[in-house]
Design a protein around this ligand. Structure first.
Ligand code: ATP
Length: 231
């Protein structure tokens, strides 16, 4: 579905990503883990065309997208739920959802699907986003991402700052979406949860992929255990 080959990204003269390679097959849940500043957000911004790579290719269903404009990338079936949610706090839930739907021709059906997944958002559709709890805001951010009917949903640190019970809910939603045919790329610092929820994972360290494998193998890997799981 997605093939990233030898991507290099710099901010000015500072190189952040070095020959990054990874792929996602349709139907998978993939996790990219790594410490603060490793370049995880830079990867997802590059996938969406928000930052341009200086070298390398990104193909989605075989089509190169590394030079495509963001709106076209979204239309082709990739959506990002950004780190920190980036909702419009003074707008209502419904207005935030409509902002996510600007490329969708099937808005009503999509809204029904999204409200079915998140009944609370339907009940509260006139409430302003800024007055929602952190967990509810994360639900809205995911729901907004779904409004463009993505085939690949990218979630950048969805569990950041959430209470443990909400963290569980977020990972349950990821699994539900995946069972409904949405392929998922998770970028997470909540490594245990993320690897438990995913099929495969990649470890990104100082801008390079240093380890990859089945999630259960990574959970059992000594470097992952020592560096990320405090074991
Ligand atoms: P975190 O887990 O803390 O969010 P991350 O792995 O997502 O980290 P990035 O946000 O991709 O890391 O940042 C990678 C590096 O790029 C960091 O050193 C960061 O300071 C730097 N960086 C990010 N954005 C910019 C920018 N706009 N200009 C210059 N440097 C940047």
């Amino acid at each position: 579905m997605l093939k990233v080959e030898n991507i290099n990204v710099s901010y000015g003269s500072v190189k952040i990503l070095w020959d990054v390679n990874f792929h996602i097959d349709e139907g998978e849940i993939i996790t990219i883990i790594g410490p603060n500043g490793a370049g995880k957000t830079t990867i997802v911004k590059t996938l969406l065309g928000l930052i341009r790579s200086t070298a390398g290719t990104i193909k989605f269903y075989g089509d190169p997208i590394h030079q495509a404009p963001t709106h076209q990338i979204v239309k082709s079936g990739i959506a990002l739920v950004p780190e920190g949610r980036e909702l419009f706090p003074r707008m209502t839930i419904m207005e935030n959802l409509q902002m996510g739907a600007y490329t969708s021709d099937e808005r009503e059906d999509t809204l029904k699907w999204v409200f079915n997944l998140f009944p609370l958002l339907e009940e509260r559709q006139k409430q302003s986003a800024g007055t929602l709890s952190g967990g509810e805001q994360q639900m809205l951010a995911i729901a907004r991402g779904l409004m463009s009917r993505p085939k690949l949903l990218i979630l950048d640190e969805p569990s950041l700052g959430l209470a443990p019970i909400m963290v569980n809910t977020v990972f349950e939603i990821v699994k539900t979406l995946n069972s409904q045919g949405v392929t998922v790329l998770l970028v997470e610092q909540n490594i245990h949860h993320a690897l438990e929820a995913s099929n495969r994972g990649y470890v990104l360290e100082t801008g390079r992929i240093t380890l990859e494998g089945a999630s259960n193998e990574l959970l059992d890997n000594n470097h992952v255990k020592e560096a990320y799981l405090g074991m």
